[in-house]
Design a binder for this molecule. Sequence first.
Ligand code: C2E
Ligand code: MG
Ligand code: MG
Length: 696
Amino acid sequence: MYSPALRNSAPPEREKAFFGYVAVVCAVALAIVIPALPELRGVPTHSPATYWLLAVLAVVADLRPFPPPGGQRSVVFPSICFTFAILLMWGFEAAVVVQTAAVVASAVRMQHRPWRAAFNAAQYALAFGAAAAVLLATEGEPFAPGGKPGWTDVGLALAAAGVWFLVNNVLVTTAVALRFGGSWWRALGENLADDALTTGSLLLLAPVLVGTTRASAALIPLVIVPLLAVNRMARLSSEQNRAARTDPLTRLANRKALQIEVGDHISACARRTSVDNREHRFALMILDIDRFKYVNDALGHAVGDRLLVEIAQRIDRAVPDGNLVARLGGDEFAIVAPDIDNLDDARAAASAIAGVLSVPVVLDGMTLDVGGSIGIAIFPTHGDDFETLLRHADVAMYDAKARGDAVAVYAPEVDHNSPDRLSLLADLRLALENTDSSEVMFYYQPQVEMATGAVVGVEALLRWHHPHKGLIDPEELIRVAEHSGVMRMLTLRVVDDVVGQLAKWRANGLTMRAAINVSVRDLHTGEVVDRLVEQLDHYDVAPEYVQMEITEGALMADPRRVLATLQRLDTLGVALSLDDFGTGYSSMQHLRRLPLSEVKIDRSFVLGMADDPDDDAIVRSMIDLAGALNLRVVAEGVEDDRTRRLLVGAGCHVAQGWYYARPMPADELASWLARYRPPEQFAWPATDRARDDDVA
Ligand code: C2E
Ligand code: MG
Ligand code: MG
């Protein structure tokens, strides 16, 4: 999991704390060992041959230490079985000297740095010191050669082994937590059971060894067989642990390892923040391979697998030391980039990865052009736990894909899946499924012909009174619903309600046109038109009374996709209106070729035109342009008489806005119409007519 560069050192920002700790542990160990040294008068006088045999076995055993049960912990030295026996028989000083010799021998063989060997020696010295303190409670020298341990003595030996394990584990856990960051408790708990079994069997073999020496020192080498068994067990457990965190195909970290790594970074950032009061960040990126599915489908899974391995290696080579690359499954990878200070750094790191993926992969002489899309979430800005960061990086990745970009940083605006939004959508679906509910209804806003002041139509506008959240902003709601199946239900409901309403008004002697807003996605299939035709037939309403509004941005993004539906509507006699005109990018060609009847100038320009000469100029040029293309022009957002007069002067055909009326429930329209007086043209302020702004 950690870069090999860290095997013999610590990350720069943790160096001070980690090496400070190593120094303190070494100093404390020296402080207890040095006073004890005079006690060591050469080789113990009791059974020196047995002592030498155990000492040699300890040093030899450590030439092949047991692999650590957990990925990050230090190795287990099998010598402790012999040195613990030495502790029981000859005491602390004898044990420490042999243990230190064994540690030094294995450090030389494994090319450990001196600080590491010193720490291991010190860690054992302290563990032996604590165990020796427990044994002091034993009366006499029951374990010494010739002594006879009773049940109590064996109990004390067990307690000493327990204390040895505890002290050793606390020292190692602290070193691991300081060196790699992450939670101390998690580092302690990690693989504690496996560790206890491995180390425990070594320590408890020691009293057995003591008993064996009583019978004959020749029996001692036989202990090597159980030691080999414990070694094998430790190795298997270590491999199992590694496998549980590795993706078998690419040999990268898997999702579990990623979760642990992210958890460690979160704790480390929090700890650093508590020290220096600054925000510490890291980035989690999700990368999805573009077009991988086609390779898999066309060339088979074997080629797909080889492609994934190649891609995994490229990503791994492209990221700096200290970054973790994981495979989440399928063609999805994740990268944890620590020490990211700002968004630019994160983007640059992601672009570097995208760069290496843009180079085609050659497999079996075939050139595969893949590439990838990367989503970035930054801790803590975009989430402070693993799940949130992962979800947000995923949202950003889909955003990058949707926009055709290689890299995107998470932005809440593009997150259509936030829990709030999902629950809102679920509520809207329920409200729409229940046709008796009055939660969802449509308000109607009149449209007035500027030349005559006559009301020529209305626009149907969605209103949803959520039972707990009150009135929901329709614009925001449509943005969320547009990416879900709820949009289709909503549009079908507008069609039903509006055509039904037109029939009701007609029955009351009111004939006028009603405009329906449709999302461009609704027009990808002909379903909306089928429903419209069905309703028009059912209520016997002529198609000329219905108009469809489509926003400019959405329509112009991909006009060809909906052309067939637009032509069908046109043939049917349903007029098409380009809504929010001026906010998207219409090409002249499309404006000319699409079967449009009118453009609606976006209210953002109309609202400002009385005060802002730029807005005024923009509105005028849009009116001229529409006139040249023979399109009717509707201005929305007309709030005052000055704006109205400017629009009349500019040649605008129809106006809609609060100056005339706010959107209102259908059954209020008749009374509003009865009170409505067309405004005086141009010169006279509208003082002598009923102002009906506040009808709704
Ligand atoms: P839109 O289609 O451009 O609708 C015009 C918006 O301008 C409406 O906002 C209307 O209330 C507002 N408006 C009208 N006159 C004035 C005015 O004088 N001043 C100001 N400041 N605003 C004015 P609303 O009702 O909030 O609707 C917002 C948007 O939500 C609509 O913009 C439309 O894009 C969408 N929408 C509403 N109902 C539906 C629907 O049933 N289906 C779909 N697909 N979209 C809808
Ligand atoms: Mg509209
Ligand atoms: Mg509009």
